[in-house]
Design a binder for this molecule. Structure first.
Ligand code: PEP
Length: 269
């Protein structure tokens, strides 16, 4: 189902009036974690004013360590309510993650696109459960999985008749990627490689791939040049004080500049 039927075959569909799989490069922007109502509403307004198409942010978070401080605590159901407020106040659709089957329906009430995180890419019961909501889905690639495994996971969604499916490359583990250089390696080559064999749109997430904000811009621009069908970016009003991965997000001003630069690259290629 994910395979192209002929060389020009591309899925094209609309989500909340935004076309995927066409010439537009939709942008998903927002903080890693939905930290507070004020933060998410302000971020929603800022990214929207700079042209973002979707607000991203996790209320349910797959955090790498189990330890929690007040700052580092998932906001869960409350975070979803804040996302809903942000959506209404800024008039911007939402993409957010769900990690457990028991919360799928709840998340589906607020999410315009349900995100399946890298760690859950091969959680097949979860994939099937989310697909059955009929909601558009973004399937992130696990950092240790091949393109073949990724498309295999996509089949679990497509086979349920859910066709509004977007793939997201978010960096792979590579032996030379070290915390001091880069946490993961954005596999830019997978963009044209995937587009050669699947009709599904493929976006990239330079923020999670690079881990360092200074490399988000070059990798976002390179993604657009490589033909990505969208870009996901972590944007925070006060990056140094972000609750999660504070080295990763860019601020509102940098986001505005990057939006302009991505448009220049998109028009040039
Ligand atoms: C995220 O986008 O918030 C996230 C946790 O991403 P990933 O699953 O790629 O780590």
């Amino acid at each position: 189902l994910a395979a192209k039927k002929h060389s020009d075959h591309r899925s094209q569909f609309e989500i909340c009036g935004v076309t995927f799989g066409g010439d537009l490069v939709p942008v998903f922007a927002g903080p890693n974690m939905v930290e507070s109502e004020e933060l998410i509403v302000n971020t929603a307004k800022a990214v929207k004013s700079h042209g973002a198409h979707f607000l991203r942010g996790g209320a349910f978070k797959p955090l790498s360590f189990p330890y929690r401080s007040e700052k580092y605590t998932e906001t869960r159901e409350t975070g979803l309510k804040w996302l809903q407020t942000a959506k209404e106040e800024a008039n911007i659709p939402i993409i957010t993650e769900v990690m457990e089957e028991q919360f799928v329906d709840l998340v589906a009430e607020t999410a315009d696109i349900i995100q399946i995180g890298a760690r859950n890419m091969q959680n097949y019961p979860l994939l099937t459960r989310i697909a059955k909501t009929g909601k558009p889905i973004m399937l992130k690639r696990h950092f240790g999985c091949s393109l073949r495994d990724w498309l295999g996971a996509a089949e679990y969604i497509l086979v349920e008749g859910n066709e509004k499916l977007i793939l997201c490359e978010r960096g792979v583990s590579a032996p030379h990627t070290h915390r001091s250089s880069s946490r993961f390696l954005l596999d830019l080559q997978v963009v044209p490689a995937a587009q050669e064999i699947t009709h599904l749109p493929i976006v990239t997430d330079p923020s999670h791939a690079t881990f360092w904000r200074k490399w988000v811009k070059p990798m976002a621009l390179a993604s657009v040049a490589a033909g990505a069908d969208g870009v996901m970016l972590e944007v925070h009003p006060d990056p140094e004080n972000a609750a999660v991965d504070p080295l990763q997000p860019i601020n509102f001003e940098a986001f505005g500049q990057l939006m302009n630069d991505m448009e220049l690259v998109a028009n040039a290629v």
